[in-house]
Design a protein around this ligand. Structure first.
Ligand code: SAM
Ligand code: SF4
Length: 475
């Protein structure tokens, strides 16, 4: 075991009990419809469910009940997050990796991958392209390698914030990387990191052990499980959890995500994860595991997963990535999703090589949605949503505990909807195609109708300021 790992996890009791989770799932078989409806009443009040309750939702197979669950998931999403969808772009910084996760194209023993780490100049180039597309939020992604220590990460975060183009800037930088120690997280906090995301991959111990070879740093389940505790201890406000669906039984992973949420809430005075991600395994070059895995999740089950997470943790952000194809994205978006990426390229230097499309030897896996941001925005508007590039919440300190308080009370509308409209207006003026402008202006008109006259007037005044050239207006 690595030295810092020994120091950090000795006290950490493992809060995932595999046997107990299976007992709960099995005990919930053939749930009674009246029981399910009682649980749904609790979700409707936006109270986080207990594992025994989520286990019962997991066991629902009755079509009518499932429809009721989907309908309530849609309603909760509307009430807590409104009809806005926040957009972001992933930027891959480096694909060197010392681990050998069998499902990942970047694993160390995959010789088909061309290894590359962006220089700061190359990173600036990537950022400029993403900004010129219209993005305001980025998530930086790294393999696990000594070259990518906290100092390096901090340098990349600073570089991203410092790179600006005309009206373009990245106002929020999130990270998806291997777990750090407390000192490392502090360095990232100092340079203004947004959310730190770590996916546990699978919460099932035996499966975790099988898929992450012994001796690799990543083989330490508990170091990863407590990775976000250390981030919160270090002062980072927002953390994101996730499971890679398809490694083990999806029902178990949903329970694992819930237990992780409960653990964080209990440990950090009610502050659970800021976001939950639920990626499914995608094909990757020379990675046979990605093509035939026993626990592959069907589209039908994927819908259930999204709805059950929404019903179980009504106030937590949910991220749906471009791993999914446009059709699946359209279908599951209303069931609870609050954030998506679009126009994404996941090769290192992938935005510069945009025209080449999918470049297998450079990418971690193959994306299902290769549409441009402009196209994805249009599609989201057609679904009746308002795209948002808002980052105001973080800059107004509406993060962590404070944010949870607001979200729980459904007050997000008062801040987030106006800010979504402002940032979307900026996008339409600065980056959108003519076609998207038309659709987008219509969407804004509709959104304005949701406000009472006084508030509406206030928003319209600000929109005029944006039209006259002001930027970065928020409440
Ligand atoms: N290397 C760091 C780590 O493993 O924590 C950073 C994250 S990795 C670059 C991003 C995430 O991609 C992983 O946590 C995993 O869940 C996901 N991933 C890996 N292989 C994948 C695949 N074949 N399809 C879809 N997602 C995959
Ligand atoms: Fe490396 Fe992360 Fe891929 Fe595992 S998932 S091989 S740690 S990049």
């Amino acid at each position: 075991m690595f030295e810092d790992e020994k120091n950090c996890i000795d006290d950490g009791k493992d809060f995932i009990n595999d046997e107990k989770i299976w007992e709960q799932i099995n005990a919930a078989k053939n749930p009674n419809p009246s029981e399910i409806r009682e649980i749904l009443k609790k979700s409707a009040k936006k109270i986080r469910l207990e594992p025994e309750e989520t286990a019962k939702l997991i066991q629902v197979e009755d079509k009518e009940l499932l429809e009721e669950m989907f309908a309530l998931a849609r309603k909760i999403k509307e009430e807590v997050y409104g009809n806005r969808i926040v957009f972001f772009a992933p930027i891959y910084i480096g694909n060197k990796c010392e681990n050998n996760c069998v499902y990942c194209g970047f694993r160390n023993n995959n010789n088909s991958i061309v290894r590359k780490t962006l220089t700061m100049d190359e990173l600036r180039e990537e950022v400029r392209i993403v900004e010129k597309e219209g993005h305001k939020r980025a998530i930086l992604v790294y393999g696990e390698h000594p070259d990518y220590d906290a100092n390096f990460m901090a340098e990349t975060i600073k570089t991203v914030y410092d790179t600006k183009t005309d009206n373009g800037e990245i106002r929020r930088v999130n990270i998806n990387a291997a777990p750090l120690n407390v000192e490392g997280y502090k360095k990232l906090n100092e340079v203004g990191i947004g959310t730190f995301q770590i996916f546990q991959e699978t919460y099932h111990h035996e499966t975790y052990k099988k898929l992450h070879p012994k001796g690799d740093r990543k083989s330490n389940y508990k170091w990863r499980l407590y990775g976000l505790d250390r981030a919160l201890e270090a002062g980072i406000d927002d953390v994101g959890i996730g499971a890679l669906f398809g490694l083990y039984d999806w029902r178990f992973e949903v329970m694992g995500l819930l237990y992780h949420t409960i653990h964080l809430e209990e440990t950090f005075a009610g502050v659970g994860p800021h976001t939950i991600s639920f990626p499914r395994i995608e094909p990757a070059i020379d990675s046979p595991f990605t093509l035939s895995h026993k626990y592959k999740v069907s589209d039908e089950d994927f819908k259930k997963i999204v709805a059950i997470i929404r019903l179980s943790v009504p106030y937590t952000g949910m991220i749906l990535t471009a791993r999914e194809n446009p059709k699946v994205r359209e279908e599951v978006l209303p069931l609870g999703v609050s954030q998506i990426d679009a126009g994404s390229r996941i090769g290192v230097g992938g935005y510069k090589q945009f025209e080449k499309g999918y470049v297998p030897e450079k990418e971690q896996f193959q994306l299902g949605d290769m549409r441009s941001l402009d196209e994805a925005i249009r599609a989201v508007c057609a679904q009746g949503c308002i795209p948002s590039f808002c980052t105001a919440g973080y800059r107004s300190a509406r993060t962590g505990e404070h944010f949870m308080g607001i979200a729980k009370k459904s007050l997000v509308h008062n801040y987030c909807m106006p800010n979504a409209i402002f940032t979307f207006k900026e996008y339409l003026l600065d980056y959108a195609s003519e076609e998207t402008k038309k659709v987008g202006e219509e969407a804004i008109k509709k959104a304005l109708n949701q406000f009472e006259p006084e508030k509406r007037e206030f928003i319209e005044d600000k929109l005029k300021l944006i039209e006259s050239g002001q930027r970065d207006i928020y409440v």
